[in-house]
Each structure stands twice: as structure tokens, then as C-alpha cells.
Design a protein around this ligand. Sequence first.
Ligand code: ADP
Ligand code: ADP
Length: 224
Amino acid sequence: GKPIRIEHVTKSYNGLEALSSTSLHIEEGEFVSLVGPSGCGKSTLLRIVAGLDTPTNGRVSIADRTVTKPETDIGIVFQSPVLLDWRSVLDNVLLQAEARRLPHDVYAARAQDLLAAAGLKGFENAYPYQLSGGMSQRVSVCRALVHNPSLLLMDEPFGALDALTRDQMMVDLQKLWLRSRPTVIFVTHSVQEAVFLSDRIIVMAPRPGRVEAVLDVPLPRSRR
Ligand code: ADP
Ligand code: ADP
């Protein structure tokens, strides 16, 4: 993983501030959860870190390089899985590798490996309509990790899942990122998820996007 520095980032939409001088430093390989009420700017912050949106003021750097355009060394998972219906599970996972023109055979092996670790062995040739919501989301996480990114951004990835599916996924997927240790920013509304997964929990204030508190969470099991 690479370290991230978010420095005095302000983002205005039509004169209204979604983020107001937000600063946050994240260590390499750290798993940080971002919690806070709806509208406090969590998704905006993720988009800016990913280079999908530009700050009105301030800057974000990843390993000392200022983010100015969409980052390539990154994986993103959204609340609802975005899979292509006409591609198999394996070919969906390989999308990010293809987009980056990485060698197919090497990444096909890696994709198989990730799918197995995510509990999807035997589903490589299935199509998205044959999968449950939880399985589709696992595929999305595999896709986000297939090119071995230094940074993984997840925006409420378990938000749409039932509690049992979510609990199982947390346990399974934790194994996935422990293998390659990307730096992770994980947006969630669930304190349970945040405590289970994080090295650190960042609590954002309702408005205007300031960091309200930083909690250092004692880890339930040794991860470091
Ligand atoms: P969260 O993810 O914490 O729910 P968001 O980052 O989605 O918060 O939104 C923060 C604030 O910025 C909200 O008031 C939202 O309405 C506003 N906002 C977000 N994106 C846009 C946009 N593209 N255009 C205008 N306002 C936006
Ligand atoms: P949504 O419409 O649900 O927000 P999109 O698939 O349109 O999701 O993705 C939003 C943006 O994020 C797009 O610009 C897309 O290129 C980018 N993106 C999606 N997944 C990844 C990924 N794994 N790595 C890098 N960029 C991604």
C-alpha cells in the first residue's frame, strides 16, 4: 500500500461546501474506516482521492505524488455491484486488468485465485444473473483487486446486503486484502463493520465535512 495525504481539501458545489478544509493522513497499508451521517462528504472525499473529481482547494497526494487525474493504481468498490451481464464472472474480474493492458494469462490465474479466496470457486464461468447480491459484490471486490492496486476505496460495499451475508463477507474478504495489503479507505454506516475491519476509524462531523474525531481501534485479532 501507499500512504495518502489529504491536505485542507475543500470542495464546493454551486457555492455550497461538501468538504471544508478536510485533512487526513493515512499510512501505507493502513485500513481506515470513514463514518458519518449522510451528506457529510464521504463519497466526495473518495472521488477526490481517486482523482475522479478535483478539489476546489487543497490537495491530495498518494506516495508524495499529487493526484491530478484518475488514478490507475487503485481499486474501487461501490454499494451496488456493477457487473457486465454479458460477461462471465471470470471475465468481469479481468475487466480492470484488460483496461490496464496487463498480460491475460498471468491475470487470469490471479483472478481465479482471488475468486477462490472469495468463496467463488466453481462460479468462474457463471454469469451475473446466476449470482446472489452478496456473490456479485464479492466479484466486484475481486475485480477491484485483480491488478494488485496500492489503494482500495470502498463506498458502503456491504450496505445492500443482509446481515448474515455481510458478516460472512467481512471474514472472507479480510483475507483478500491481508494478502496484498493495499491501503484501504472504507466508507460505512456500520460501526460493527468499522470495528471489525479497521486499524482506525475516522468520524466526520455532520457539516461541513470536517474530521470530528479519530478513534484508534484496538484490533479484535492481530493484523499487523
Ligand atoms: P456522503 O457520501 O457522506 O453521504 P456526499 O459526498 O455524497 O456525502 O455529499 C456531500 C454533499 O455534497 C451533499 O450535500 C451532496 O448533496 C453534495 N454533492 C455531492 N455531489 C454533488 C454533485 N455532483 N453536485 C452537487 N452537489 C453534490
Ligand atoms: P457508479 O455509476 O455506480 O458511480 P461507475 O461504474 O460509473 O459507478 O464508476 C464511476 C467511476 O469510477 C467511473 O469513472 C469509473 O471509470 C471509475 N471506476 C469504477 N471502478 C473502478 C476501478 N475498479 N478502478 C478505477 N476506477 C474505477
